[in-house]
Design a protein around this ligand. Structure first.
Ligand SMILES: [Mg+2]
Length: 339
């Protein structure tokens, strides 16, 4: 059996065995957006880490140091957001190739510190080393959440309404522009590039959702709607129904898809790195929570479908046609990626 055959998630499952030596006080180990464990009777500690590797996740020539630093921290903050937590401390490790300019490195740390300041996060340490070829950045973020407010992937229930805290697919469109060297010649295309390069972690949205009764499961959209909803479905042992015409697609993505001849729903389903939150909410609380969200954030909480019994995820078109959805989002070991 090769790595390509088992894929990223098969690999994670395999290496997870035997990791838990002291299970006491561990609320969530490997398998959610962050680990959660009890260090204090009042609250849980959350820990998450993400690795960004040049030529796998980014190309130095297509992203500024500042934006790269922002993104490296944002993806970690997004995982804390998905658990309903508040981010507190960060550790930044970096492996630097000889040809990397000091200005670029300064930019990376400026981007990290700028976002850290926005969300009240300390940078407390890390490691620095030389790299033979590629620039590699690893960030660890610690956060906190009250146990009663912890949001996990395995808590979705049949009939729950599925929501997204923002538009889906914009980041993938930005990536398409970068990989195909298409100039961003309109404000709309520029916004798609920004969505890809400078994602905003939904920490405030995550805290809002965590405080509401009736919010059951949550995850951030890092791998794509189909894959990320697939993780909730698998962990919660449920299925889901998505409505094609309810999936939140920005006007910018609609314009992009019309111009380059793509299906926006496919983009939203398969595009990763949007870093919105997907959550599932008890149907009797859904309208009230959506209204309160809109009042607070001045934008909608988008209902995209509902959780069902069984295991299948189905896409329903406005004319009633249905299509089974299989996860088409990102898997590091199954697909070749250039950026
Ligand atoms: Mg995540």
């Amino acid at each position: 059996m090769s790595l390509k055959q088992i894929g990223e998630f098969g690999f994670i499952k395999k290496i997870s065995r035997g990791c838990l030596i002291r299970p006491d006080n561990i609320v969530k180990a490997i398998g959610d957006d962050a680990a959660a464990f009890q260090t204090d009777p009042e609250q849980l500690t959350l820990m998450t880490t993400d690795l960004l590797v040049e030529r796998i996740h980014f190309l130095c020539g297509t992203i500024s140091g500042f934006d790269l630093g922002h993104k490296a921290l944002a993806v970690n903050l997004s995982d804390i957001a998905a658990m309903g937590g508040t981010a507190r401390e960060a550790f930044v490790s970096i492996a630097i190739p000889d040809n990397c300019q000091l200005d670029y490195l300064d930019g990376i740390y400026d981007g990290i510190k700028n976002l850290a300041a926005e969300f009240d996060v300390n940078v407390l340490g890390g490691d620095t080393t030389r790299s033979k070829i590629d620039l590699i950045i690893n960030i660890v973020v610690q956060g906190i959440v009250a146990e009663a407010e912890l949001l996990c992937r395995d808590a979705a229930r049949p009939a729950d309404v599925i929501f997204s805290t923002g538009f889906l697919g914009d980041s993938k469109a930005g990536l398409h522009l970068i990989l195909n060297q298409i100039p961003a010649d309109t404000e709309g295309l520029k916004s798609l590039l920004t969505a890809h390069r400078v994602p905003q972690p939904h920490l405030r949205e995550g805290r809002f959702l965590a405080r509401q009764t009736g919010v059951h499961a949550a995850i951030d959209t890092s791998d794509g709607l189909s894959s990320d909803l697939g993780h909730i479905a698998e962990e919660s042992r449920v299925g889901a129904r998505l409505y094609a015409d309810e999936i939140p697609i920005s006007q910018n993505l609609k314009d992009f898809c019309a111009r380059f001849n793509f299906d926006p729903v496919d983009y939203a389903l398969s595009g990763g790195e949007d870093y919105t939150l997907l959550c599932t909410v008890s149907p009797d609380r859904a309208a009230e929570i959506a209204n309160a969200f809109e009042q607070k954030f001045r934008r909608p909480l988008f209902a995209v479908g509902e959780i069902t019994e069984g295991k299948k995820i189905t896409l329903v078109y406005p004319d009633g046609r249905t299509k089974p959805i299989t996860p088409t989002g990102w898997d590091h070991f199954k697909v070749e990626k250039n950026e």
